[in-house]
Design a protein around this ligand. Structure first.
Ligand SMILES: Cc1cc2nc3c(=O)[nH]c(=O)nc-3n(C[C@H](O)[C@H](O)[C@H](O)COP(=O)(O)OP(=O)(O)OC[C@H]3O[C@@H](n4cnc5c(N)ncnc54)[C@H](O)[C@@H]3O)c2cc1C
Length: 475
């Protein structure tokens, strides 16, 4: 089989790694980015731009959670002093992806990595070969896997082009270089990207005021020191064995049982999450930091399960239950995607020094005469620079993939109601004309059947493994 892989980010690496070379003879990878395999997050950047997750849940090999830790080796160079686990710069993780891709590619008889954007896929009739279209020409393939990643940051306030406004903060090495250290900076957003921006400003010796402006003012929680948790019910395998439809109430019963068996309480966990959504953000951050060593395992279990079992559960829930979950999207996100303690420590220092303010109720943000007026619940704040840390919603189509997606839609593919494209949930095959097309698979955020959280590495690896399995399974 001769396959085309469209996009060379983490999902493509996971796919290459899990493809069976006995079934795939030739691989052609397409990506216009100057550095393949790293995608948007893992390119060269400041040392302060760290991975957000301990190594146990950043393995790109779905079947081997130790794969990344083994690659990192026994170094303590990147240890987060509070977490006691390595939290390397994201560029180091990018090297892991590069090494894994090189090892995986070496297993195939013929490989090519082309620095080209795919602009369309011509599907032809069932059983025919598909044709991959780029500005350089057209090449046939037996199958294609679309791994184009997520969208690009939205310009919610129409500030693009205003001097001092940064629309896409990465790489921070470049975008922060023009921010004078003594100026007032406003960061739009309060999620992990906003944390990256603040920590990187601090690392560059920023002395001016920094304001995090967002609707809720809610910061991500803080990772807890890892501990052994023997999860029985909230695993992808267990959820797959459950007969009949899965309901949110049924899922909640499982969580309750899992936490009770582990000596913790779901009521306590939800009460803590609820408190973190309404309290003073600085006080909540302090509480979160203090709870880092809590011996109660409940929050650790829920956090891990959100990334591993969560996508499996989501695909089995009926739409009314999904709607109920969506209503809690922010609360689920802040607990499921916490900041690493070393970043929390920087934020706390800045809050104590009065350099950092967390402003909720984001209102209008306007640019005039080289400065910005930033509206928030308690008034208006001036800023010399505004850095956008708002991430695209899950399943957004990246600009570079817009022509490809249009080409697929024109041939009978469908938009998923949650964004992205409609795929067959069992296999990740693109649904074309109402039927899964065995020749086109989607791995990553463009697969619209996943939850509303941006796909993390375990999710990306699972989707890639699903696609690799479907490619070689009987059609
Ligand atoms: C800033 C940031 C930090 C993150 N940090 C973490 C973390 O610490 N831990 C974690 O678990 N998860 C993290 N994530 C989530 C997850 O790891 C990433 O989103 C992951 O990179 C997704 O991989 P991907 O291959 O789907 O997409 P990407 O890595 O974005 O790769 C997609 C690739 O497709 C290419 N492409 C796009 N259009 C075309 C086209 N038409 N033709 C050919 N190629 C195309 C792009 O150039 C790009 O290289 C982070 C996400 C972001 C955005």
């Amino acid at each position: 089989m001769d396959i085309a892989i469209i996009g060379a980010g983490a999902a493509a690496v996971a796919l290459l790694d899990s493809l069976d070379p006995a079934a795939v003879e030739a691989v052609t990878v397409y990506d216009p980015a100057p550095l393949p395999w790293r995608g948007r997050p893992y390119g060269p950047d400041l040392e302060s731009v760290r991975v957000n997750v301990p190594p146990e849940i950043m393995s790109i090999r779905a079947a081997d959670p130790r794969h990344y830790g083994t690659w990192l080796g026994g170094t303590s160079e990147y240890d987060d002093p509070w977490l006691g686990r390595p939290v390397p710069p994201r560029a180091v993780y990018g090297r892991y992806l590069e090494d894994t891709a090189a090892a995986a590619l070496a297993r195939f008889a013929r490989t090519e990595v082309l620095r080209e954007a795919v602009t369309g896929l011509s599907l032809g009739g069932p059983g025919e070969r598909i044709v991959v279209e780029t500005a350089a020409g057209r090449r046939p393939a037996d199958a294609a896997v679309v791994c184009v990643g997520g969208g690009t940051p939205p310009d919610l306030y129409g500030l693009a082009g205003a001097p001092g406004f940064v629309l896409d903060p990465y790489p921070l090495e470049r975008t922060l270089a023009d921010v004078p250290p003594d100026r007032d900076v406003a960061v739009i957003g309060a999620g992990l990207t906003a944390v990256d921006v603040v920590v990187s400003l601090a690392a560059r010796g920023h002395t001016g005021r920094i304001g995090l402006v967002s609707r809720s003012g809610t910061l991500p929680h803080v990772w807890q020191r890892p501990m052994r948790t023997d999860v029985r019910y909230l695993t992808p395998d267990h959820l797959r064995t459950l007969a009949g439809p899965l309901t949110l109430d049924g899922l909640e019963d499982l969580v309750r049982k899992e936490l009770a068996d582990a000596g913790d309480s779901w009521e306590d966990v939800t009460a803590l999450i609820a408190r973190s959504m309404t309290g003073d953000p600085a006080a909540t951050l302090r509480e979160q930091f203090a709870l880092m060593d809590s011996p109660l395992p409940g929050r650790r279990i829920v956090r891990m399960a959100t990334h591993t079992a969560g996508p499996v559960a989501w695909r089995r829930l009926a739409e009314p239950d999904r709607r109920r979950l969506r209503a809690h999207a922010r609360a689920i996100t802040v607990q499921a995607s916490p900041m690493v303690p070393r970043n929390a420590a920087v934020l706390l220092d800045l809050l104590d020094a009065g350099t950092l303010e967390i402003l909720s109720g984001a209102g209008e943000i306007t640019a005039a005469a080289g400065r910005f007026r930033v509206g928030h619940a308690a008034g208006v704040r001036a800023a010399d620079a505004v850095i956008n840390a708002v991430n695209p919603s899950a399943h957004a189509v990246p600009g570079t993939a817009a022509p490809l997606v249009s080409s697929l839609l024109a041939q009978g593919a469908a938009r998923h109601p949650d964004g992205g494209l409609t795929v067959d949930p069992g296999t990740g095959r693109l649904v074309v004309g109402g039927r899964p097309d065995p020749r086109v698979l989607v791995a990553g955020d463009l697969a619209g059947d996943g939850p509303f959280l941006t796909t993390s590495i375990p999710g990306v690896a699972a989707l890639a493994a699903r696609a690799a399995g479907a490619l070689v399974s009987p059609r």
